[in-house]
Design a protein around this ligand. Sequence first.
Ligand SMILES: [Zn+2]
Length: 99
Amino acid sequence: MGRKDRIARAATQTASQARETAAREKGRSKRTTSASGVTAHRHCSVCWAPIPLKAEPPICSDQECEATYGKREASRKRLTFMLYLFPAIAILLAILTAA
Ligand SMILES: [Zn+2]
């Protein structure tokens, strides 16, 4: 048997192995979604600890997480406010200079 044949056979073996692995992966992912035993949940937006799905705000009961979330939320609100404020000022100035 030549070197070429050996390489060709090795390649076919690898390909069929890959197919088998892919088929196994498919079967496993199907199982995990249906009967993994993990109930639907979300994660604390600060420390990523699993929390109940309906937790609102999405943080765990940790005081530190609450403080961090509060700070983050405040800066987010400020950013949203600025996002609306600056175009509003620009439009106002445009109207004022046109008049
Ligand atoms: Zn947390």
